[in-house]
Design a protein around this ligand. Structure first.
Ligand code: HEC
Length: 136
């Protein structure tokens, strides 16, 4: 009797440990930009020329992983544990320009940091193009 209670306690503890572990891994997949990035001012808002330039950059660099339509199906991202984000999704499109700018600048895991690879202007240009992916 006693040993079966011990067994039960052991099993329950294992379940609790697994649940805690799972919730931690799940949480770490959430990628939040710091709140202050929402205040970054997009200097190229609704600038058509910026959009065209951003499109070029996107096709040259980002599409490798995020795909040409932005849904995250580029050939470069298939082996990653955390897959390239779907830029057409509500999850991405609902974020502020500043938050996207912060993420492109800093990167995380397999998402490269574009702090030195792209100029500030180029990063805002790419965001202008990303906004056009919304309705696809
Ligand atoms: C080498 C592959 C790769 C390339 C190239 C790449 N990305 Fe990513 N990107 C990723 C991955 C993987 C993630 C998911 C990262 C995570 O959630 O930890 C991601 C996530 C993002 C996110 C965050 C989306 C969210 O969930 O909030 C943005 C924004 C983004 N990428 C923009 C870009 C832009 C713009 C470019 C081109 C300048 C680019 N990426 C190039 C792999 C890539």
């Amino acid at each position: 009797m006693k040993s079966s209670i011990n067994k039960l306690i052991k099993t329950m503890s294992l379940v609790v440990i697994l649940l805690v572990f799972y919730s931690f891994t799940f949480q770490s997949n959430e990628w939040l930009a710091p709140a202050e990035s929402n205040k970054f001012d997009n200097p190229l808002k609704d600038d058509g020329k910026a959009l065209a330039k951003g499109k070029k950059i996107y096709y040259q660099i980002c599409a490798t992983c995020h795909g040409r339509t932005g849904i995250g199906n580029g050939p470069g991202g298939t082996a990653f544990t955390i897959k390239p984000a779907d830029h057409t999704s509500e999850k991405v499109q609902s974020q502020s320009d500043g938050a996207l700018y912060w993420k492109i600048t800093n990167g995380r895991g397999d998402m490269p940091s574009y702090n030195s690879l792209l100029s500030k202007t180029q990063r805002w240009q790419v965001i202008e193009f990303m906004r056009s992916l919304k309705k696809n």
